[in-house]
Write a protein that binds this ligand. Structure first.
Ligand SMILES: Cc1cc2nc3c(=O)[nH]c(=O)nc-3n(C[C@H](O)[C@H](O)[C@H](O)COP(=O)(O)OP(=O)(O)OC[C@H]3O[C@@H](n4cnc5c(N)ncnc54)[C@H](O)[C@@H]3O)c2cc1C
Length: 280
């Protein structure tokens, strides 16, 4: 059984119109144990009682200290959204974990491709920190394909552009894809693209003999990407998928990265409706 520990909200920052970044601190002295990329389950308490949601750790400044950094996007009528977006410093929660298989593989591939939409960038932040050593040694190629509606939603731009600048010659490529912003009429930056993340796939020439892929964020993007990669000959173990679907009520199924398995048909219908477009 995974340990449960208590946390206290220490800082809230706005990152974009619909996204906040939360820094929690553990209330005990033990350092955080997890593999970069994993998620935790958070038990919050509101006026209706306790409820649980999953969030990936987004730590970048400090990987294994006392802090847990989360990046959370607003969901209309969402219970966790209401609780967290109205929270003040000092709010407490209980946490279990870590969970999930979306991590850097034990044996590094020739090329590691990370695909994210919106807050699906969260697990890649600590992973990128972890990968700085092999990147600076030129031992690995990393491609990050990051989708968002427009440039105002480029989360952690400073950190990602900093990494890009530092490691672009030793193997780090960044592709930022805007689904609702045209690049016509302005000088596009070298890393900017129009369209969905999947629109970049043909140019990346994926090859199952050298590539390992990580997909995270919108369930429709994850499904479409996996369909594409399966056709290219990729096996499930080479494409680790994490869908950011909402938690079911009641007891969670332990340790699965594909939380959609836990959804009722009604929930599936709602998600399908709301997520027709990757970024809407
Ligand atoms: C493994 C895992 C990791 C996750 N990590 C993150 C993370 O790092 N950051 C993050 O922001 N979220 C993350 N999520 C999603 C998170 O757990 C919550 O589902 C999300 O914050 C919405 O919770 P809520 O209580 O506000 O909405 P709920 O009360 O659960 O949902 C309210 C309504 O909104 C709909 N809905 C729920 N989610 C969405 C959505 N994404 N888009 C459109 N409609 C939706 C539901 O159908 C429902 O009708 C993760 C999910 C999983 C499974």
């Amino acid at each position: 059984m995974r340990p449960m520990f208590q946390i206290r909200l220490e800082r809230i920052r706005r990152l974009s119109a619909s996204t906040l970044d939360f820094r929690f601190v553990k209330t005990d002295a033990a350092p955080l144990r997890y593999q970069p990329g994993q998620f935790f389950r958070f038990v919050f308490t509101d006026e209706e009682g306790e409820f649980e949601r999953s969030y990936s750790l987004c730590n970048f400044d400090e990987l294994y200290g006392q802090h847990l950094d989360l990046v959370i996007s607003e969901v209309v009528d969402g219970r966790a959204t209401r609780h967290l977006f109205n929270a003040t410093e000092g709010m407490t929660a209980a946490v279990t974990g870590p969970f999930g298989r979306l991590v850097v593989p034990g044996t590094l591939p020739d090329r590691l491709v990370m695909v994210a939409t919106s807050v699906g960038i969260a697990p890649y932040m600590p992973m990128l920190r972890q990968l700085e050593a092999p990147l600076s040694a030129g031992r690995l190629e990393v491609v990050l394909v990051f989708g968002m509606r427009d440039s105002s939603e480029f989360l952690y731009a400073d950190q990602l552009l900093g990494l890009h600048q530092q490691y672009q010659d030793s193997g780090f490529s960044l592709l930022v894809c805007y689904s609702r912003e045209s690049l016509d009429g302005r000088q596009a930056k070298q890393y900017e693209r129009e369209g969905y993340v999947n629109g970049q796939f043909d140019a990346l020439n994926f090859d199952p003999r050298q590539d390992h892929l990580l997909l995270c964020g919108n369930p429709a993007m994850v499904e479409d990407s996996w369909d594409y990669l399966r056709e290219k000959g990729f096996k499930p173990a080479q494409v680790i998928r994490e869908k950011y679907v909402f938690a079911k009520s009641g007891k969670p199924s332990a340790g699965t990265s594909d939380a959609s398995k836990a959804m009722s048909d009604e929930h599936k219908r709602l998600v399908a409706e709301k997520m027709k477009k990757y970024q809407s």
